[in-house]
Design a protein around this ligand. Structure first.
Ligand code: NAD
Ligand code: WQD
Length: 336
């Protein structure tokens, strides 16, 4: 299949591209490099031994996007990764988030209508559930995001479902829980300028780039008092996109799936596992709770298993080992 990948140079897209190329799909990537570099694309090609086609374009510029659809006139499906994703930044700069995530998506949806593309996979997030009433979270839980980033994801889902109904699109929405880890080769991985999430931060502390991890509260209602999350290996997550595309080929309609393991780990368990992976204790201190955090978020991934035939395979050890391999082989990320 010829697939357009927005945000195609980013963290999750890079791993997904490797899986898609291994299934012989033809990939057309679009990215403006606001949070990535062309180096990740080069490495995906090296790992896969296959070429991709690439356009540097900003989704907010519809003319640039139309040129891509014009040039690639037989696109079968779109996987839409491109978005800004930092929760804290979205609180400080909500308009930037609405403009980038919503306007960018609207332009993409408009191009799909104009060029008759009807199959779509969307990168959504557990963030749309906010502070869920029931754990593990099912897809039927209410959507009530609590920050501008989460609102953009919930809105993009809604616009997409409305457009799908009007234009007869087939859509899979994947709500990722907490993606972590890197490709087994250590050649591609997460390369944040400043890490917003736990594991990249732990990884940089382990590498001596930062002093210590601050654990955001040890008085949560969890077994060891620290926050519990459903961490999922990025390679498992990448494979969920391959399954989602297969679903679109075989079944017509709109589908929403949680993509997690269903198993949770606390912050202290993550630090301990990482200490084992890197061979020395990762220093940390207990700090105050972070605004907006919740005690526990876990997926119920059974719908994805039943309907997509997808299930996470990789364990915590593989998540932290691969993250450490990527960190130690690329101390400066893709700048190495
Ligand atoms: P990422 O920042 O590595 O990838 C996003 C890519 O989109 C980047 O390469 C960036 O340059 C590009 N991009 C952003 N705005 C663009 C625009 N206007 N035009 C063109 N390109 C643009 O992030 P990621 O972690 O790979 O996330 C991918 C998707 O998954 C995002 O939609 C994100 O919201 C979602 N998601 C991520 C997580 C996570 O923890 N990483 C969790 C849930 C959902
Ligand atoms: C995990 C746990 C923190 C950093 C976020 C987004 C969500 C999704 C995934 C995009 C929590 C604790 C963290 C640190 C810590 N992204 N922590 N010290 O908050 O579950 O989810 O990323 O869609 O939308 O909200 O992930 O990695 O930030 O935190 O103690 O330095 O680690 O309190 O318990 P989170 P996270």
């Amino acid at each position: 299949m010829k697939i357009l990948i927005t945000g195609g140079a980013g963290y999750i897209a890079s791993h997904t591209n490797v899986e898609l190329l291994s299934k012989n799909h033809e990939l057309i990537l679009v990215d403006n490099f606001c949070n990535s570099t062309p180096e990740s694309i080069k490495r995906v090609e090296e790992i896969s031994g296959k070429k991709v086609k690439f356009y540097e374009a900003d989704l907010r510029e519809i003319d640039a996007l139309e040129k891509v659809f014009e040039a690639e006139n037989d696109i079968s499906a779109v996987i839409h990764f491109a978005a800004l994703k930092a929760v804290g930044e979205s609180v400080e700069k909500p308009l930037l988030y609405y403009e980038n995530n919503i306007s960018g998506s609207l332009n993409l949806y408009k191009c799909m209508v104009k060029y008759g593309v009807k199959n779509f996979v969307f990168s959504s997030s557990a963030t749309v559930y906010g502070d869920p009433d029931q754990i593990p979270v099912k897809e039927t839980a209410p959507v009530r995001a609590t920050n501008p980033y989460g609102h953009t994801k919930a809105m993009m889902e809604q616009i997409l479902l409305d457009a799908a109904k009007a234009h007869g699109w087939n859509v899979v929405i994947l709500r990722y829980f907490n993606p972590v880890g890197a490709h087994e080769s250590g050649r591609i991985g997460e390369d944040p300028e400043y890490p917003n999430n736990l594991l990249p931060f732990v990884s940089q502390v382990a590498a001596g780039i930062r002093d210590k991890v601050t654990v955001f509260g040890d008085d949560w209602e969890t077994p060891d008092g620290t926050g519990v999350r459903d961490y999922i290996h990025v390679t498992d997550l990448a494979k969920a996109h391959v399954s989602a595309l297969e679903k679109l080929v075989n079944d017509k309609g709109t589908f929403i799936y949680n993509i997690g393991t269903g198993r949770g780990y606390s912050v202290l368990e993550m630090i301990e596992a990482f200490s084992k992976a890197c061979g020395h204790p990762v220093p940390y201190r207990i700090g105050p709770r972070r605004a907006g955090d919740v005690a526990t978020v876990l997926a119920d991934p059974s719908k994805a298993e039943k309907e997509l035939g997808w299930k996470a395979q990789l364990e915590l050890e593989e998540m932290v080992n691969s993250a450490w391999k990527w960190q130690s082989l690329n101390p400066k990320g893709y700048k190495t």
